[in-house]
Design a protein around this ligand. Structure first.
Ligand code: URP
Ligand code: ZN
Ligand code: ZN
Length: 459
């Protein structure tokens, strides 16, 4: 059935107009005033509401064996949570570890999502070692439409690569035209500092941040940038958390290194005092890079507003209270991660746009358009335009609520942003023209989501 969304205020990264949107066969076919509605068209009145392009979360973990356990969501739960929060596409980190075969891992991650996700999705393929079959395996994965890689400079002996492997990955990525996303922390320093702190009897979650200080992230960020500079590859720093790392990335950008920057919701809104809360309350706020001293948030908001932080993701990675307690005797065993897929758009709109930190168009850019452009999805995704997929978010700016575990759909028993105000939420969300969410409720088709094939574009 065709769909006509009438009279909304259409907000793209570069434009704003009040008009109707007509959708047929999954695609936006007309935008204009007073469009005719053929018989058998569903009509949605969006007067007084904004209409955004479907939001894209460029960094999520759904299936993730990590730190002696598994992240809690499935594609069913994560995609419904994503959609209720206005995210219509996510890019999951495919993360086989160093002992796994890369191709087997890729197939496994695909099988976990196949037919299960209610929204569209893609993968960043993690390169967690570089052995003789790696090059041909990665070529096959890129040919299959997964045109972005992930490397971890952290997590020694598990996901982490050494400098030689980073070099080989970047050199191959340059040849294949693939962007490489990177978790930038110095693995050796983290391991040494963890041991030192534990030897001093410092075992609680409040010691997680001191074991991975800002300088350790800045070093990783700077080193990644230096390797990009010397291979000519294109890179993307994930979940950047602090001003020191930001300076390292921006310094590289200003000397022409092809580097983009993502920060994630927790680093804008939460600070290290959350992880210093006693016991499991602190553990719930352990992620890497860690939550930082509060002064860093102003630097991140400013850089986001200016567009030098390119994207805002979540690093959605849900572990419940019981799993967090795996680290009750030692902070090094606390599963790292904070969920956020459901709250990203509403919290960014509220604490960014509504609080005057973020221009409305930059909000759309950072939460949708820029990721689509960097990761080979534009203009299919990331914009409201004739010919684009009809992923649309009709946004009710009059809604008032709060982030809470009580109302969330992600599979977890806590919400890291518990109680934070939300001023606005999607009243309607479509995925390729099909209404999936109405007023906070999933009303759509489970398993509708497609794996998005992407072409390399970073030569
Ligand atoms: O703490 C985090 N970030 N957990 C997920 C794994 C990663 O490093 O992205
Ligand atoms: Zn990471
Ligand atoms: Zn991550």
């Amino acid at each position: 059935m065709a769909l006509l969304i009438r009279n909304g205020e259409i907000v793209n990264t570069g434009s704003r107009l009040q008009a109707d949107i007509f959708v047929e066969n999954e695609t936006i076919t007309r935008i204009g005033k007073d469009l005719e509605a053929p018989a058998n068209t569903e009509i949605v009145d969006a007067a007084g509401q904004m209409v955004f392009p479907g939001f894209i979360d460029p960094h999520v973990h759904i299936y993730l064996p990590f730190m002696a356990t598994f992240a809690k969501d499935t594609h069913e739960t994560a995609s419904i949570a994503a959609l209720i929060g206005g995210t219509t596409t996510y890019i999951e980190m495919c993360c086989p570890n160093r002992n796994d075969d890369a191709l087997d891992g890729y197939q496994l991650w695909k099988s976990k999502a196949d037919g299960k996700s209610a929204c569209d999705y893609a993968f960043h393929m993690s390169v967690t070692k570089f052995v003789k079959e790696t090059e041909s395996q990665l070529q096959q994965i890129v040919a299959d439409g997964t045109a972005s890689f992930k490397i971890f400079l952290a997590y020694k002996n598990f996901f982490g690569v050494d400098d030689g492997e980073m070099y080989q990955t970047l050199e191959l990525a340059k040849r294949l035209g693939v962007i490489v996303t990177a978790h930038c922390e110095n693995a050796e320093l983290v391991a040494r500092l963890q041991q030192k702190l534990l030897a001093e009897g410092k075992t609680g979650p409040e010691w997680h941040e001191p074991s991975r200080p800002e300088s350790v992230e800045a070093e990783g960020t700077g080193r990644f940038a230096t390797f990009l500079e010397n291979t000519g590859a294109t890179g993307y720093v994930v979940h950047l958390s602090c001003e020191k790392a930001l300076q390292a990335a921006l310094g590289a950008k200003s000397r022409g290194v092809k580097i983009s920057i993502e920060s994630v919701l927790p680093h804008f809104l939460l600070d290290k005092t959350y992880a210093e809360r006693p016991g499991v309350e602190g553990m719930k706020h352990v992620m890497s890079p860690p939550l930082r001293a509060k002064h860093n948030q102003a630097a991140l908001w400013n850089a986001l507003g200016a567009g030098s932080i390119d994207t805002v993701g979540t690093d959605h990675c849900p572990f419940d209270t019981e799993q967090k307690l795996l680290g009750k005797d030692s902070f090094v065993n606390i599963p790292n991660g904070i969920p956020g897929i459901e709250d990203r758009v509403n919290l960014l709109y509220t604490h960014g746009v509504k609080r005057g930190r973020l221009d409305l168009h930059r909000f759309v850019d950072a939460a949708s358009t820029r990721a689509a452009k960097l990761f080979g999805l534009f203009p299919r995704k990331g914009t409201i335009a004739v010919g684009s997929d009809a992923d649309l978010v009709v946004y009710d700016t009059a809604y008032r609520g709060a982030a809470s575990a009580k109302s969330q759909h992600t599979n977890n028993d806590y919400n890291g942003f518990e109680g934070m105000e939300i001023e606005g939420r999607p009243s309607l969300v479509t995925v390729r023209g099909k209404i999936q969410v109405r007023d906070g409720k999933f009303v759509g088709e489970r398993g509708r989501g497609k794996l998005l094939k992407r072409e390399p574009s970073h030569f």
